[in-house]
Write a protein that binds this ligand. Structure first.
Ligand SMILES: Nc1ncnc2c1ncn2[C@@H]1O[C@H](COP(=O)(O)OP(=O)(O)OP(=O)(O)O)[C@@H](O)[C@H]1O
Ligand code: NI
Length: 326
């Protein structure tokens, strides 16, 4: 209240910025892995080059990118479980405070929870019910877990089983149940829709939305643009370790288009839009890039794009695009 009052002379947009409370806000984040090749020469892998993301309570934000674009490393970096030989730079704030490695360690598994890409992340020897129950803070733990199992469509029998008795689809539901049971405010789901049939996929998307309705923030990391467009409030398109666009779903719902040539290419590659492929491949993380990461495959690239890296430009309250010509 006071802050807004003091900034009375600022523009409306600036006042809104002050009022916006982000659960997680990432700016210019990079993650570089250092390794030594066979000739013992030092080599850098630029796995994340320039990543931006903003998420508020109650929102689903999708990070959409192709295989190898750095999505899982991004999830690991937010949780503080990145490879030891990596260096993270940039600004990461959680609840408006810097998310230091020390703080990540404290919040991991409590405030911030990962739904991992691998389905073998549960304790293989502990009964599932017990693993979920361990996260419940309120009284009547058993009853709470049973209720959550019902919500996510898990057979109550699962309670007494160990993870190896469950299918991949069931394990994903167990992770959603764990997120619901916990008091986590931020859920990071890494490729949660992988390998699901159409029905299971819709169910899972609904469950992720349910987590957001519970006032939590859900970062859904995926290669599936279509799934992202179904539930995400905002979509951050990720290419070769960079956020190339952040689009608000409202813009797409109103018939607006993606603005970045890579996002447009992803959209054109969807079955309903004609399955149009694009030539070439994503630059390797080992490559140092002088210009735009997409320049080699971009239909509108110019000499400038190859020589100069475009910055992420703000084009609306939350929307951004990294292209000289978008
Ligand atoms: N520990 C590591 N050491 C060295 N390189 C790594 C390490 N982990 C990942 N990489 C490399 O970093 C790049 C990004 O990997 P990452 O797993 O984050 O991609 P992704 O977008 O999650 O891919 P996918 O969709 O296949 O899961 C890849 O080229 C990968 O080989
Ligand atoms: Ni991954």
């Amino acid at each position: 209240m006071n802050i807004v009052y003091e900034l009375k002379h600022e523009t409306n947009e600036e006042i809104e910025q002050v009022q916006t409370h982000f659960l997680l806000e990432i700016k210019n984040m990079s993650l570089t892995i250092e390794r030594f090749n066979k000739g013992f020469a030092r080599e850098c892998l630029y796995a994340i080059r320039d990543f931006h993301l903003q998420i508020q309570h109650g929102e689903v934000v999708a990070v959409v990118g192709a295989s190898g674009s750095g999505k899982s490393l991004l999830a690991d970096a937010i949780l503080g479980i990145q490879p030891k030989n990596s260096v993270i730079e940039g600004s990461v704030n959680y609840e408006n405070q810097p998310l230091t490695e020390k703080r990540k360690k404290r919040l991991r598994g409590n405030d911030i929870m990962l739904i991992p890409q691998m389905t073998n992340a549960l304790d293989p020897l502990m009964k599932i019910g017990k693993q979920v129950k361990a996260l419940v803070k309120q009284k009547n733990k058993q009853k709470t877990v049973e209720e959550i199992f019902r919500k996510v469509g898990l057979d109550p029998e699962i309670y007494h089983q160990i993870p190896s008795a469950c299918s991949g689809g069931m394990i994903r539901r167990i992770f959603i149940a764990m997120a619901l049971a916990s008091e986590a405010k931020l859920i990071i789901a890494d490729e949660p829709t992988n390998g699901l049939d159409a029905e299971a996929l819709d169910e899972l998307l609904f469950q992720l939305k349910m987590l957001a309705r519970d006032h939590r923030g859900v970062v859904m990391i995926t290669h599936d643009l279509e799934a992202a467009m179904k539930i995400a409030d905002k979509i951050a398109v990720f290419y070769a370790g960079e956020t190339v666009e952040i689009v608000d779903r409202k813009h797409l719902k109103k018939g607006g288009k993606f603005r970045h040539p890579y996002s447009r290419a992803l959209w054109n590659a969807l079955p309903q839009n004609g399955f149009i492929p694009i030539e070439g491949s994503q630059p390797s993380p080992a490559e140092e890039l002088a210009g735009c990461s997409f320049a080699d495959r971009c239909p509108i690239a110019t000499r400038k794009c190859r020589a100069e890296k475009p910055e992420l430009q703000k084009i609306g309250k939350y929307e951004m695009v990294r292209c000289f010509y978008a």
